[in-house]
Ligand binder design. Structure first.
Ligand code: G6P
Ligand code: MG
Length: 217
């Protein structure tokens, strides 16, 4: 049996722009700029680690209390954007692929670093497609550590070699590769060159491709 594991941010929904706006607001309040280019480094990276990198960029020292306050503040700003999300923000062709996998009876998991994964899936009404959700609340080791995908595979009851992972972050592709899974990069081919297969987005992924991939397992 083949199992499918999806990352969330940048694969199912384009929430990277909301993470960016929330981090940028915090950076500006702390008196420095934060660019979209720098935001690339934040993809697939935990909230805590993102804040550490942000403070490094701004050359800001903090004590634990300030650090915790900024983590909470960033998330509250991010959640304001999430509140307004709806199905229109699902990335193109994702529902078609999920529907196909569900109809064919493949087990489907979410493997994300986000602690907001469940509310986001609820907002865009995709929660029912997922048999298993492994997110930032259930893992301790961040990608490229393969923990998130290995737990997902175990909960799906599928051996790692038979899992196919969709990822938009280099750390996520590395995690899938280390786990011994098939990695599919969604996004910039140069950034994700370590993936087994590369696509710009899901509109380039045909059902025939998925069928062939499953048959090759
Ligand atoms: C994903 C995103 C990261 C984000 C992380 C934690 O991996 O790509 O940019 O920092 O999730 O998200 P959270 O919703 O828990 O702050
Ligand atoms: Mg991602």
């Amino acid at each position: 049996m083949t199992g499918f594991i999806f990352d969330l941010d940048g694969v199912i929904v384009d929430t990277a722009k909301y993470h960016f706006l929330a981090w940028k607001k915090l950076a500006n309040e702390l008196g420095f700029e934060f660019t979209e280019e720098q935001n690339e480094l934040f993809k697939g990276v935990s909230r805590k680690r993102c804040l550490e990198i942000l403070l490094d960029i701004g050359n800001i020292k903090s004590n634990q209390e300030q650090f915790d306050t900024w983590m909470v503040q960033k998330n509250l700003d991010y959640l304001e954007y999430i509140e307004k999300m709806n199905e229109s923000e699902i990335l193109p062709n994702v529902p078609k692929i999920l529907k196909y996998l569900k109809e064919e009876g493949f087990p489907i998991a979410l493997g994300s670093a986000s602690k907001n994964a469940r509310p986001i899936l609820e907002k865009v009404k995709l929660l029912p497609y997922f048999d298993v959700i492994v997110d930032g609340n259930s893992v301790t080791k961040a990608k490229p550590n393969p923990e998130v995908f290995l737990i997902a595979a175990e909960q799906l009851g599928v051996v790692p070699e038979n899992c196919i992972v969709f990822e938009d972050a280099l750390a996520g592709i590395e995690a899938a590769n280390i786990a011994g899974m098939t990695s599919i990069g969604i996004g910039d081919e140069k950034t994700l060159s370590k993936a087994d297969f590369n696509f710009n987005d899901f509109t380039e992924i045909s059902l025939e491709f998925i069928e062939k991939l499953v048959n090759s397992k």
